[in-house]
Design a protein around this ligand. Sequence first.
Ligand SMILES: O=C(O)CCC(=O)C(=O)O
Length: 405
Amino acid sequence: MYSRVLPSSYVKMCTNLFLLLMSAPCVAAFVPPPSAMSSHVSSTILFAGGFGTAKSKSAPKKKANKKSKSSILSDIQVDEAPKQSTPKLDRFGLPIPTEDDIFPPLTSDDGARVPVSDGDEFNKEDVAEALQHHIGVNLDIFDENGQSIHEEKSNRWKLKLLHQDPPVLSVENFFSEADVEQYKSMIESNEGNNGGGNGDAVQLSSPTFSSSLSLSRRTSTTWFCKYESMSCLLAKAQALLNVDLKQMEEPQLVRYRTGEEFSWHYDEIPSAQLSNGGQRLATLLVYLNDLDKDRGGGTVFRDLKSPVNESNKRKEKGSSKGNDNQLTVRPKSGTALVFFPAFKDGKADPRTLHKGEVALDTKMIAQLWIHEKEYQASVPENNLQVDAASGVREELERLGVKNVM
Ligand SMILES: O=C(O)CCC(=O)C(=O)O
């Protein structure tokens, strides 16, 4: 059986998470019943990697009770009390917040949302405009067609704008086949180690982040990795986003098994927890395998729409119904997805609420968050960005990318 001495920082982090979990019911005690909810009531939400606080909007208005025409009694029951929908209660008999309480619908204050008209058409000026309020992308390494111009000709990247405002981008061929194989084998070796990770990685099974309060479910498995073992991801992130290694959170590997998911969440960090590195300004994730449309596992943005031509294609096939038009990025091996949980001034952007939908086949990703400022890793023990510096330099030289931080 797997056994290891846990690093003290990891034990400390688990203890903190445990205390947070234990405190969750106390927070529930302050959530009033839906009938009593006024606007801007605080409730606890899940963000990727911890808890946060968000304002909650008013409970939705109830529909007026329909009076049955066939009943004579109905005509004389003038004082019939309006039917209350019974709130779901937790184990303390307290009402559980609804999805709308935890992830409030957007309002006009949250800003407009502008889909792109054609996801296959690339216009560098449009991309530059879309990115003006975010840390953005290093557009100098892309030509007018969105093709990268770094020296590794065999594996040119292809940049695509999937959503204009807020900006969501993909980069095809971001990882070569060899990179993908390398990262998949890292996941396999972590799994082989009784699932507990090895000295280079610490596994956090996702329920650690969950709460009886939250509607978010995260059943996938995450490994927090040493910077030096992920220099390829770090170098490519640096080339693409032109950021300092010090801004990078622990790189992560994530595996979803059949039926696993990470339901709606924000990637932003709650304001009370910004002391380490400030806000997360960018999310970069790289898919390590393909999943077909009918196999789930897409990254879905609740409030964003797919490129107009994509939704038209679906309508033509007669499959556009319900939320079919939500921006859904299908996992494609080697493709990177980039979006921005906050603006470059650190203001969170709730329009980027997203989920990793239930995967019907195994899904694997490598992931990195970019902070506003210098970030200090907690796990694995002695995990320092500087230890990856020489590996990153070598990788950037191999790619032929110059003039990045
Ligand atoms: O798996 C995905 O597609 C999304 C993952 C994600 O949202 C996260 O880890 O924060």
